[in-house]
Design a protein around this ligand. Structure first.
Ligand code: AMP
Length: 459
């Protein structure tokens, strides 16, 4: 715990220890393999009980704000964090507070969380109840618009954590039962909203009722000047963390996911094209091989289509793109890398024939539709083994993708044989072809050398 000093830390003391962290890519690839090593909750030195709670809550790994903030807070540092709702900031401050409060004497309020709204206070209480299961620690909310009696009781009982809005808390401070002399942690949540709602004078008044020796945490989505000044006043030698907001898909996109057996993906796409008759469709596959197979299938079924992927020459790619732009192709099949920076206006459907490996790729792909305030559709075809990957994407983009079934499509039909030729088989085919080519050219060379031989007997 740090000693609060009345002398103001300079602006630079707030800025110097700033860390900027991008929201991490989801750790799961579509095939479910973990590709990004990241610390687990246990590695953040949280008690085993709390690490288990994280696991039980389905938090497979800490979010960037949790990864950065938890070790600093366990170390007793003050913190200035710019992080928005949805970043996992609530658990980022509740976990270390729970860690530090459990196993110590009870009977006085040791943590105060200040929030701008009643709804947020209620939400934090719910989160607290879920995360504190098994610790025996208790929390109570203190806000206006409800009877004060249970709140008075909470103060008198020395409830471990009080989650309050500023106005009602100040009302209680007029009475002798509302003493927070044993306070060890102060959290100011959504400070910029406090500012917008005119609560900063109340917050400053609240500070005069709190012990100076405490650990203070300030969370704010943005850091306008008044919040920086408040931080300088409230925080002692704070660590500063900046979490960039998660990228989100553009507005105007209608997302949906079609669950389908992998061998019926091509047929389902064909049926979507038949039913909806979109004019320009960009379809993404995981690999070049799959892009070729899909394009071959569409060709076979008379769907005009082009393909762009890493094995195509630049000239072939440019040609395919130009034809797509001119409307000669209804579908352009692409892999992620080939589609980077692709700018096609008036695209009305993006199809993720394969679930992308990361949320950022999803956003990139579907961002090709609904550009510049337009609207468009983004459909993802999901084989059962891709569900895990899709859920990781939903977490990454912070929204659920509605599941749909295509009316009139026979999900039980037999497939037209295999879609993908396994790699080993492809390698064997290539080897055989090369062997045949080699023996053909050997035979040719032999023939030529025989022809070139002088026919001495005829002389
Ligand atoms: P918050 O930013 O605190 O409002 O949290 C946003 C949502 O993220 C809440 O529904 C949390 O339950 C959830 N959440 C928090 N931490 C994690 C995590 N490590 N993994 C997955 N979800 C989380």
């Amino acid at each position: 715990m740090s000693n609060y000093r009345s002398s103001k830390p300079s602006t630079s003391s707030v800025k110097t220890s700033t860390r900027s962290v991008r929201a991490a890519k989801p750790a799961l690839q579509a095939n479910g393999a973990t590709v990004e090593a990241s610390a687990s909750f246990a590695q953040l030195n949280l008690s085993p009980g709390l690490a288990q709670t994280a696991q039980r809550m389905g938090y497979t790994r800490p979010t960037p704000i949790q990864r950065e903030a938890i070790p600093l807070l366990l170390d007793g540092r003050d913190l200035l964090a710019s992080a928005a709702t949805g970043s996992g900031k609530t658990a980022a401050f509740l976990f270390p507070i729970l860690h530090r409060l459990q196993d110590r004497s009870r009977g006085s309020t040791r943590a105060l969380v200040l929030t701008p709204t009643r709804e947020l206070a209620a939400q934090i209480l719910d989160h607290f109840r879920a995360l504190s299961a098994g610790t025996g620690l208790r929390a109570a909310t203190v806000y206006g618009g409800v009877a004060p009696a249970p709140q008075v009781k909470a103060f008198r009982a020395g409830t471990d954590v009080i989650i309050a809005t500023p106005g009602r808390l100040l009302d209680h401070f007029q009475y002798s039962y509302a003493k927070l002399d044993g306070l060890e942690f102060l959290v100011l949540d959504e400070a910029d909203r406090m500012l917008d709602m005119g609560f900063l004078p109340d917050v400053r008044r609240i500070l005069t009722h709190l012990p100076r020796k405490r650990q203070t945490l300030l969370f704010s989505a943005t850091l306008p000047a008044p919040i920086v000044h408040l931080a300088q006043r409230m925080l002692h030698d704070p660590a500063a963390i900046h979490i960039e907001p998660k990228p989100v898909p553009a507005h105007g996109i209608t997302h949906c996911a079609y669950a389908v057996p992998p061998e019926l993906k091509t047929r389902l796409l064909l049926e979507i094209l038949r039913q909806e008759a979109p004019t320009r469709v960009l379809a993404f596959t995981r690999t070049r091989h799959r892009a070729n197979r899909l394009a071959d299938f569409l060709d076979k079924h008379s769907v005009p289509c082009g393909r762009i992927h890493g094995s195509r020459s630049q000239a072939q790619r440019t040609e395919a793109l130009a034809a797509f732009r001119k409307g000669r192709f209804q579908v352009l099949v692409a892999t992620d890398i080939a589609a980077r920076g692709l700018d096609v206006v008036a695209l009305d459907l993006v199809v993720n024939f394969d679930v992308p490996g990361a949320a950022e790729d999803y956003i990139h792909r579907v961002g090709r539709t609904a550009r510049a305030e337009a609207t468009g559709n983004a459909y993802t075809l999901v084989a059962p083994e891709d569900e895990v990957g899709l859920r990781a994407i939903e977490r990454g983009i912070g929204q659920r993708i509605p599941r749909k079934t295509l009316p009139g499509f026979n999900y039980r039909q037999k497939s037209e044989g295999r879609f993908e030729v396994p790699l080993a088989e492809r390698i064997a085919i290539i080897r055989t072809r090369k062997r045949e080519e080699r023996s053909r050219s050997l035979a040719k060379a032999q023939r030529r050398s025989n022809e070139a031989k002088p026919n001495l007997s005829n002389r």
